[in-house]
Design a protein around this ligand. Structure first.
Ligand code: SF4
Length: 319
């Protein structure tokens, strides 16, 4: 049985110990696909409260949103404090419960390069100053990163482990339009290649089960993402969360979620064609609470992983 190259395995190899990602949610960040710069309402599946951390931890920040042109940020000190408090609480728990020894600060909610450069610099530098932090992982959109920010990250990458996480979702522009993504596939390709060239590591997020996509289309997305040079990958089934545009489509009978059987099939094929050096950060996703509308198989993570391993076993792979 061949063990799939996992992100945890890669980090252990590189740092010689358990390295954990500390997911951070900074209030005041938003997304150009939500604030009306690119589009309004966001991607059809996006329900922002579904991000793991509470978005109103710093109450005064409610209603305040940064963008690339914000001329000032009166809440920077509060954001820095929020970053410190979240890192402290989460990293201590990870050390206690899982034996984590080193950490990557993961800016995960919304678009974490979508703010004035000075704000980004202050937050990233603060994160890198925390004890046992070896680097950053920054979740963003390919249309929301500037040359200035990429150049700066490339400098940081000379000393630290620096990652950009881009939502690729699909290489088909007609699909990206259907999910109101607000950018095309060429834009993602361009920024993945640029980031790699600058020496920044790239993780690509892929979604299987987008409306009207055939299995061949999903596999073509995987193929393209591997070809563009991603270092790491996260696979997700598209599930429907209440209070989203996708929930309305589902309720009207206009969207049918992917079945577990099909997901297992496409995931297995995508993993089989994955270049060996690309590490896997996630093989599925779901939500075990009332907000999940469908499909029900996305509720129980343990069963999902068990079934994924059963499917992978048939082709000699193990996650
Ligand atoms: S890019 Fe991310 S944060 Fe923005 S609308 Fe889409 S899923 Fe939501």
């Amino acid at each position: 049985m061949q063990q799939i190259y996992t992100y945890g395995g890669y980090l252990k190899e590189k740092f010689g110990c358990k390295v954990y990602k500390v997911g951070i949610n900074i209030s005041g960040f938003t997304c150009p696909n939500i604030d009306g710069t690119v589009a309004k309402g966001g991607c059809t599946f996006c329900e922002n409260d579904s991000f793991s951390a509470s978005s109103d931890e710093v109450k005064e920040l409610k209603g305040f949103h940064l963008n690339l042109d914000s001329s000032e940020n009166p809440f920077l000190e509060k954001q820095l404090l929020q970053l410190e408090q979240q890192f402290d609480a989460i990293s201590k728990r990870q050390a206690r419960e899982y034996g984590a020894e080193k950490f990557l600060v993961y800016f995960q909610s919304f678009t974490n390069t979508y703010a004035p450069f000075d704000t980004l610099k202050a937050l990233y530098e603060k994160a890198l100053s925390f004890p046992n932090v070896v680097g950053l992982s920054i979740g963003t959109r390919s249309d929301s990163i500037t040359e200035e920010t990429l150049e700066y990250l490339a400098e940081l990458a000379k000393e630290s482990e620096i990652w950009l996480e881009f939502g690729i979702q699909s290489v088909y522009d007609e699909t990206l339009e259907k999910i109101n993504r607000g950018h095309d596939s060429a834009n993602v390709k361009e920024w993945i290649i640029k980031s790699k060239k600058a020496g920044v590591n790239v993780c690509g997020h892929l979604i299987f089960g987008l409306a009207d996509e055939t299995q061949e289309m999903m596999l073509e997305t995987s193929r393209a993402a591997y070809e563009w040079g991603i270092d790491s990958v996260k696979y997700h089934p598209l599930y429907v969360v209440k209070r989203t545009a996708l929930a309305n489509e589902f309720t009207r009978g206009e969207f049918t979620p992917i079945s577990e059987e099909e997901y297992l099939e496409v995931l297995t094929k995508s993993l089989e064609m994955k270049p060996q050096h690309v590490h896997v950060q996630r093989v599925t996703a779901g939500l075990d609470d009332d907000a999940l509308l469908a499909p029900q198989w996305c509720r129980d993570k343990n069963t999902q992983i068990k079934n994924i391993n059963k499917a992978l076993k048939k082709v000699g792979l193990k996650y």
